[in-house]
Ligand binder design. Structure first.
Ligand SMILES: [Zn+2]
Length: 542
């Protein structure tokens, strides 16, 4: 047995643990906090980084040339700040980019339409005109009735999303009460995906694939979805398309709720609607550097073989500039290490940065890196006809540990919008709670106070937590993440408040520093049991 399975007991002996019973027992380097706050609040470069990643480099869809440009730039910038940095290629699939989109209503009146193609959608090969048709195709039995009737049409297949008057502000910050609600732990609370929800999700996913195949066969001009939200905000992602064996789809567009509603109402009143659709997209060949992770380090000193890590996903969707999801997280992580360098702080343990690819498609970048560097389980075998997305497949088999596993202390992730840090989820690890309380205390005046025993999911820290390593995500002010920016065309620079980004950068820098300086590695939960039956996933969103 080579480096396969190392018994937990031997591991425990290898990992010196220092667990304070109370926050007060945890040593906190306040002198360093002073220097960190000074650099973060008086000489911040976070907005510049954010503008570079969003306004200039734009959306960073995994696999795309613009993702590669962003990764190469981030590597260069981190090197300029004195870190060592490298691009670690990741196997992903083919890339895609949007070159041009113009959609107009021509009849009964002329109107420009705010429509975006889904990522990996084909184009129209120049402007094409077609009649709009409202064909409510919501289950398999609906398809036959429309067979042979949709060639060259622009097909709207679902009811218009409801638009209600907005009686409360889009953006919210936690109050004392609502933050207490986040902290309060309700045993037996609902998780993310119960078996029933999993089945419902898979059923919808299978029908959507059948519908796409039907519309391709019908040679429709385009397939249009109505977006959730309002005020012309368009929430748009993809229906797959980056994997070799993904089936072809028609030109697929998402239209703002109001404009989508107008077309459906006209069609329901038998008023003919003619549209002109001009979409140009490019599929780019698989390029592992266009889906590379950016890994950078501030080498440690007396404990340099031990590692503390900060991370955020660099990839984004394509309709906005990926500001709150997740250039804000990347800018804060990059700023955190810039602050430590600028403040002349030399850590005991190595502080490492991970800017991940493919998070939106299922944590491709962090999964590849963790399984290459720390620990992995045998990849679940693809059962014939099993179309469960990789991120949803249950890992199988024992954990295989890599040499770095025993020396890895902790991973901190930032990926919950542009809001400032209000606290942290402990992933049900009681031993880290007093440590985090101690580390947050010097930032209580900025609103960072909450430590909850809850787990959260849906982003890259679960990749570390899933192999039994301390991996954490912060609680952030929600602002208008869910209501306006999360995967939408409104995910832009303006949605990341300057002060919030400064504060998040400072808290990240301090957490990395305290973890790099403390006597022991961060306490670990017992290794996750080998999953026997599907269980509930923690709440949270990608
Ligand atoms: Zn995200």
């Amino acid at each position: 047995m080579s480096r396969a399975v190392l018994p937990a007991i031997a591991l425990a002996a290898l990992v010196p643990l220092a667990v304070p019973a109370r926050a007060a027992d945890e040593k906190v380097d306040l002198a360093a906090v002073t220097r960190i706050r000074d650099e973060a609040f008086n000489r911040s470069k976070a907005q510049e980084t954010l503008s570079k990643l969003t306004d200039e480099l734009g959306p960073r869809l995994t696999g795309s040339p613009s993702y590669r440009r962003a990764a190469e730039w981030a590597k260069g910038q981190l090197e300029e700040w004195g870190l060592t940095a490298r691009l670690v290629p990741v196997t992903f699939g083919r890339g895609w980019q949007l070159d041009h989109v113009a959609v107009h209503m021509l009849r009964p009146g002329v109107a420009p339409l705010e429509a975006y193609p889904k990522a990996w959608s084909p184009g129209t090969d120049g402007p094409r005109r077609g009649e709009a048709v409202f064909a409510k195709l919501e289950k398999e039995e609906d398809l036959d009735a429309w067979k042979g009737k949709l060639a060259g049409k622009v097909v709207l297949t679902s009811e218009p999303p409801e638009v209600r008057p907005r009686e409360k502000a889009d953006a919210e910050r936690y109050t004392k009460e609502t933050l207490d609600d986040v902290v309060r732990f309700e045993p037996g609370g609902r998780g993310r995906f119960s078996p029933a929800e999993r089945e419902k999700f898979m059923k919808q996913r299978r029908f959507r694939r059948k519908l796409a195949a039907f519309l391709v066969e019908e040679k429709v001009l385009a397939w249009v979805d109505g977006s959730r939200g309002d005020d012309g905000t368009v929430f748009v992602q993809a229906d797959g398309g980056w994997r070799k064996d993904d089936p072809p789809v028609p030109v697929t567009l998402v239209l703002g709720a109001e404009q989508y509603g107008r077309i459906v109402r006209l069609l329901e009143r038998k008023v003919p609607v003619e549209l002109e659709v001009d979409v140009k997209t490019t599929f780019t060949p698989e390029d592992p550097l266009a889906s590379a992770d950016v890994i950078a380090e501030i080498p440690g000193t007396d404990r340099k073989d031990e590692v503390v890590m900060l991370g955020a996903h660099l990839d984004s969707w394509h309709a906005g500039t990926g500001a709150t999801d997740n250039a804000a997280g990347c800018a804060a992580v990059m700023e955190a290490v810039r602050i430590l360098k600028a403040a002349g702080l030399r850590p005991r343990r190595t502080i490492r940065v991970g800017l991940w690819s493919g998070e939106e498609q299922g944590f491709y970048g962090s999964r590849a890196w963790v399984s290459e560097t720390l620990a992995s389980r045998p990849e679940p075998k693809e059962k014939p006809g099993d179309d469960t997305p990789p991120w949803m497949r249950r890992p199988t088999g024992p954990l295989f540990f890599k040499p770095e596993y025993a020396k890895f202390s902790v991973y901190f992730n930032l990926d919950n919008g542009g809001g400032k840090i209000r606290g942290i989820y402990t992933q049900e690890n009681a031993e880290v709670a007093p440590i985090f309380q101690a580390w947050l205390a010097p930032f209580a005046d900025t609103g960072a106070t909450a430590v909850t025993m809850k787990r959260t999911g849906g982003t890259d820290h679960v990749t570390f937590d899933g192999v039994g390593l301390p991996g954490f995500q912060f609680i952030q002010d929600e602002l208008d993440y869910d209501t306006r920016t999360h995967h939408s065309n409104m995910d832009v620079y303006e949605r990341v408040p300057k002060g919030d980004l400064m504060q998040a950068s400072a808290v990240l820098a301090a957490f990395a520093w305290q973890a790099a300086q403390r006597d022991g590695l961060m306490p670990r939960k017992p290794l996750p049991p080998e999953p026997k039956t599907p269980e509930r996933e923690p709440a949270g969103r990608p």
